[in-house]
Write a protein that binds this ligand. Structure first.
Ligand code: PEP
Ligand code: MG
Length: 583
């Protein structure tokens, strides 16, 4: 038995066999399967090859007569490659001999092929490497479709704890469908999207645990504790007993908190607050309701777009939004925030890669580039507004010009729906996420131009403190108490108050009870968070007196010394209230 330490995310304690995967040349995880699954993997590969071939044949038939001849020739070449028996045989060899999953076998064979092309003398032939990649990607996309098939997904990881070098949000959703119990990664930080997903999936996870993949053997029993961030490898009987006792205690505590579900989130001095849920996946709806969410303050819609061959249609998006709106009544739907680490395919697609993806074509920037996709999402959002109180929220705004473009597109979409006699709420409020320092500094301008604001502290901290939110090497610099962050958040709250526009906070800072009183004292009244955090935050709010927080907040805001700020925050949380109520 030995202990490993990383950063705990999500919630709870899990014990189970480790399912270790490595990183492959293709960027996907190398996944090994048990002997009795080899036939299934070969069958999956064969099905994917057949589907890719059919898809290409169909596209070939649809090429218009007047299209340039190169298009048909290009498709013919791809059809030939997919049907080439060596592609099948070599990939099957990796499955049968190395026990690789179909994806990993495909990636491994791609590696061999690419090497051959890269070493070719002839420049033209060398350039054909791109075709290999395109064909392999198409087969890979077909394989990914299996994860939405419950027959295939249900068996694989049930009860296991996934141990990986790194996971993308797309991977995480995929492995969740395979019913993993918990996960541990070498890389990652507590505010990365993967960590946020662990919260929403209600599973424990430990990220940033360097050496996890090399030190944990496949199949060994491990225990993962989200609260302490520790992983116990091969725990003995006594440790398992202790962990079980802790797990029961944790569950009792959670149940006690859940008893607060129907109580009002009002402070001791009568200040009313609104506690909303952040949701990503359809299954979050029940969790949000059970935790007493008063609505949804952030619906991260990009998860609908991940791990699939084609974008969801307007109708599919509409159905997904209506499901959430009918259940939770009051829902702020954020328009697509794809890009950076939230790639539809987990970032595996080869080709042009931005040097600083977080500063690149992401969120609203991407939507203004892919206007067709944006319009179809807006139509779905507005159609869903006929079923409840829907708000539309735009991520990553950095200047008013892009906001004006968005508002123009929204007006056009509304007119289009009216002309088609489609019912929608013409008064849908349009708000913006304030998560880029430029927007936080000019929050007064955004407050005038929008119906509401929502502070995204995850990105605001990333961009203000220049720390990549997925990079655990710089995670120690993540500091919601940094003067710059507090001033920016206060600036946004003041702008909202001055222009009479509601301001919420939907970054992870809202889920962390250590900051609840501070934020109350700064003027925040609308918190949106991981549903699992709502009961605890509600309990703190019900035990807080806003008037008493003010002197602490003033000292924290005025102090240039980080130790003073941390100390004052601890005092505010421990003693800053007139009475301590019991549950
Ligand atoms: C944020 O940036 O704080 C936020 C809530 O959005 P996301 O985590 O999805 O980027
Ligand atoms: Mg963000």
């Amino acid at each position: 038995m030995f202990y490993l330490q990383g950063a705990g995310v999500g919630s709870g304690i899990a014990v189970g066999p480790a399912y270790v995967i490595q990183q492959s040349v293709f960027g996907a995880a190398v996944q090994q399967v048990e002997s009795d699954q080899l036939d299934t993997e070969v069958a999956r590969l064969e099905r994917a090859l057949q589907n890719t071939s059919q898809h290409l044949e169909q596209t070939r038939l649809e090429v218009p007569d007047n299209a340039p001849k190169e298009i048909a020739a290009f498709l013919d070449a791809h059809i030939m490659m997919v049907n080439d028996p060596t592609l099948r045989e070599e990939t099957v060899k990796f499955i049968r001999e190395s026990h690789y999953s179909a994806e990993s076998a495909l990636a491994a064979h791609r590696g061999e092929l690419v090497e051959v092309f890269v070493n070719m003398e002839d420049e033209y032939l060398r350039s054909k490497k791109a075709d290999v990649d395109q064909v392999i990607q198409q087969i890979h996309q077909q394989l990914l479709k299996d994860y939405s098939d419950p027959d295939v997904s249900e068996k694989s990881l049930d009860g296991c704890i996934l141990v990986a070098h790194d996971l993308t949000p797309a991977d995480t959703v995929q492995f969740m469908r395979m019913k993993m119990n918990a996960f541990v990664t070498n890389l990652g930080s507590p505010i990365s999207h993967v960590a946020i997903l662990a919260g929403s999936l209600q599973i424990p996870a430990v990220v940033g645990l360097h050496g996890a993949v090399s030190r944990i053997a496949h199949g060994t029993v491990i225990a993962v504790d989200a609260r302490s961030g520790s992983v116990i490898v091969d725990p003995d009987e006594k440790t398992l007993e202790r962990l079980n006792a802790r797990r029961e205690k944790y569950e009792r505590h959670q149940n006690r908190l859940l008893a607060l579900k129907d109580l009002e989130p009002v402070t001791l001095d009568g200040k009313k607050t609104t506690l909303l849920a952040n949701v990503e996946l359809p299954e979050d709806v029940d969790h949000a309701l059970n935790c007493g969410a008063m609505g949804v303050g952030l619906y991260r819609t990009e998860y609908l777009f991940m791990n699939r061959m084609h974008q969801p249609s307007e109708e599919e998006q509409f159905q997904a939004y209506v499901h959430v709106v009918k259940a939770l009544k009051r829902v702020t739907i954020r328009t697509l925030d794809l890009g950076a680490d939230k790639q539809v395919d987990g970032g595996r697609k080869q080709g042009k890669v931005a040097i600083n993806p977080a500063l690149g074509l992401r969120a609203v920037r991407l939507c203004l580039r892919a206007v067709g996709t944006f319009r179809s999402q807006l139509r779905a959002i507005y159609r869903a507004s006929a079923f409840g109180e829907v708000q539309c929220m735009i991520p990553m705004l950095s200047n008013l010009e892009e906001l004006r473009q968005v508002l123009t597109i929204i007006e056009e979409v509304k007119q289009e729906l009216s002309s088609e006699n489609i019912v929608y709420d013409p008064e849908v409020k349009v708000g913006g996420m304030i998560e880029v320092p430029a927007a936080a500094i000019t929050a007064d301008q955004f407050a005038q131009a929008l119906d509401f604001l929502s502070v995204g502290t995850n990105d605001l901290i990333q961009y203000t403190l220049a720390i990549d939110r997925v990079d655990d090497e710089v995670n120690y610099l993540y500091d919601p108490l940094h003067c710059s962050i507090l001033r920016l958040v206060k600036n946004v709250l003041d702008a909202g108050a001055n222009y009479d526009k509601p301001v919420s906070l939907c970054g992870e800072m809202a889920s962390d009870g250590r900051y609840t009183r501070l934020l109350l004292g700064m003027g925040l009244r609308i918190f949106s968070m991981d549903p699992g955090a709502i009961p605890e935050v509600k309990q703190i709010i019900r035990q807080s007196d806003v008037a008493c927080t003010v002197p602490f907040v003033e000292t924290i805001m005025a102090s240039s010394d980080s130790a003073t700020r941390t100390g004052q925050l601890a005092r505010l949380n421990e003693h800053g209230q007139p009475v301590q109520l019991q549950l």
